[in-house]
Structures are given as structure tokens and as C-alpha cells.
Design a protein. Sequence first.
Length: 394
Amino acid sequence: MRYAVLALLSGQQYLAVSFLYAAVPAWLRANGASLAVIGWFGVVFAAFTLNVLWAPLVDRRQLLRLGLRRGWILCMQLAASLALAAMAALSPRDHVLALLGCSILLAAVAATQRIATLGYATETLAPSERGYGAAAMGWGMSLGNAVGGLAGLLSLQAHGWPATLYSAALLMAVLAASVFLMKEPARMAVPAAGLPAMLRATMRRPGLWRAVALTCPASFGVAIAFSMAAPWLVDLGFELGQAGLAMALATLIAFSTVGPLWGWTMRRVEQRRAVLLGALMLAPALLALALLHAQLPPRAFGLCAVLAVFCALAVQSVSFNAYFYSLARPGEAATDVTLLTAVMSLAAMAGFATSGYVAQAWGYTSTLLCAALGYACTALLARAPRRGASTGAA
């Protein structure tokens, strides 16, 4: 039941956000937006980098009598519903800047909900369960992405912008009731401290900056490939609905098979070593696929590339999240894990911003090479010996 709850929580927070990075890029490309503009649209996810600034608040301030984690999750779910309803009044053609602002707000709400969800996962999973827990959250994320992205595209084509956004707002409000399926974890006593002191203590955590160094190259590289997946399919002649379906199926296949399988593999593997093994597997696989681009029909190769990118994301999600859980402090799990995911998001955001220029200059296949290079760098860093680290530290 705990894994099902984690999957549901993860799916909720990505349901609306997936509309922003799956449906909107394809919609913009079909309406003539340049690849550079589409790449910069990824700045809405700055919230997933900046959320570390208010993560200590989410770790300590209880909003409702439901409990610390449940209260924050419920409030953010309802806030996302209201944000989507507000966006329904905007035109994606005539109010681009206003839409961008609302999108940033929606991403901030989702990023705050993610803080509480990560804290809940870290506090309820035993070390041997982290791989499975990360896989469950990855599967929930993939389902939310698939429903939000594919359903968003199909609904936009069939019913238009306002009806699509109002429907999404209603769905988010209904799903907010799922918080009552959660069992609130026990509160851990933590010393009182101001926000600056809390952030300083977090940034001095043993193993923190090594974890940052390990995960950022892979996050940057795969973000370049991921950001261009939808435009790639559109430029290959796929209709918006077809592109959305391909993305949704690739997401579900990768996170329903590769993610859980990798989680099972990680049961007896130390978390940092799992990061190394995943990177060693992904780097040559993506490189080999990129070298096959001339041997396959363009549309078939494009579909294979999209599936490969999502498989890489599934492995990365399980490896990195389990690794981050292992570094978290009792009572401040949300802050610790959020800081690590925030830095990883910053690297991904840089990849989003770079992706359009890379694809425009060297073609879409070059985005796969960037992903392969990122994983190769992560593997090299993970193999480096740890100086002054105790057993279990990374």
C-alpha cells in the first residue's frame, strides 16, 4: 500500500506540470515557434531549483491538523487546481508572457508539493526499500506525465484551451482527496534554528557536494535530449496527437518496466555504486544508438531515440533518488533531498536552455550524444576514490 501511495502522490504533482513541458512545447512548435524559444520555456522549472530556499519551512511548519506532510500536500494540490483554473482565462497565442508567469507559479506549487512528498518517502522507506520506493515514484511520475501530456494534446485539439485547463483543474481538485490514504509519519525532533543557519548546516552535509558532482553531468546531458523529444517528432511529420501518444507510451514503457527492474537490481547494491552502474550502462547504449541514425528510417529512429531517452530517465530517476534518500538526515529529510534535487534541476534547466541551440546547430541526433557524454562523465566521477569518507557516505 505504501508504494501505491507514493506512486499516486508522485503522479499528482506531475499531472499538471507535464502539460507544461510535454503538451506546450509540441503545441508551440506546431504553431511555428523556434527551437530556441521552446528550449527557453524550460525556465518555468526554476521553481524546482529554488524550492530549496523554502524546504526547511516545509520540514518544520505544520499547516493543518492532518499532519506535517499531509497538510502541505493537500494545500499544494488545491493550489495547483486554482492555478490551472486561472490559466484557462489566458490565450497561449495572445498572452504568452502572462502564461509564462502562471506556468512559473504552477511549477512553484508543484515544487513545494514535491518537497513534502520527498520528505514522506524518505521517512517511510527502509534502506532496503529505497530502490522499490524510487521506482514506484518514477512509475507514478510517468503515469502523471503520460496523462497530462497526451491527454493535454488530445484535449487541446478536440476542445481548445479553456475547456482543457478547466478540466485539468477539476481533476486536480478531485485527486486532492487521495491525501487521506496516507499515514502521517512520526515527527522527528530537530533543533530550533533560523533559516540561514538551517541552509548552512544542510550545505555542510558530508557527501553533499560529491552527490552534486556525480549527478549534474548526467542531468544536464539527458535534459538536452529530453527537451527536444517532442519537437523532434513534430519535425518528423507526426501530428500533435501522435507525438503525444508516442511520448506517453515511451514514458509508460520505460517507467513500468525498466524503472522497476532497475529498482529490483538495486536491492543489494550500495546506492552510490548503483549510480555508477547505471551510468556505465547508459553511456555506451546511447552512443551506439546515435551511431545507428543512418541505418534506420528517420521516423523509426526518432521513435527509438525517444524511447531510449525515457529509459535513461527511468534508470536515472531510481538511482539518483535512492542515492539522495541515503544521504538524508532524520527530521530534515525533505530539506536534504530537496537541496540535491534542486541542484540536479538546475543542471537540467541549463540543459533545457541549451537544447534548442544544440539541435539547431548539429541536428537532433547530437542530443543523444550529449546525453551519452553526460552519463560518461558521471561514471568517471563515481569511479573516483572517496577521500576522507566513512562507510556509507558518498
